[in-house]
Design a protein around this ligand. Sequence first.
Ligand code: FES
Length: 156
Amino acid sequence: MENLNRRKFLKTSAMTIAVTSTCLCGLQGCATFTKIGDTPAIAPDSFTLAVHVLTIDLSKEKILSQVGGAVKIKHADLPDGLIIARIEDGGFAIASLLCTHRGVEVEYDHTQANFKCASLGGSAFTLDGKNTGGLADRPLKKYEAVLENEVLIIKI
Ligand code: FES
């Protein structure tokens, strides 16, 4: 009799663990822990936002002055935020900040040359924003920019 109860208990416990694991690493997990990535916020005095244009003075934003650097910008006028990465001397990749799976922030990976979701869902995106793996099934929005005299002008 005691053996049967123990067996029942173990079976129930195993089922509980299986259900819990599915929730944490599957459909719910991405937004369960945190929605914030490690990308530093842009220096507040380095940018101006106007209708359809974001201008960044790179002399005031040192992280973007170096290849491999990336910053994020959150602002009431930019509902999804932006991630801005300096991918080469004169080149930038700019995309919406929030993963299209469940809205966790993406981060720039210079060695892999892509954006990656900071969550457990493992979504990855090309520098053009295309989703290439993980749980996201839609691309990030990509933004165009020009660099003029150390001022980055982004069309939003
Ligand atoms: S939020 Fe789930 S993979 Fe990005």
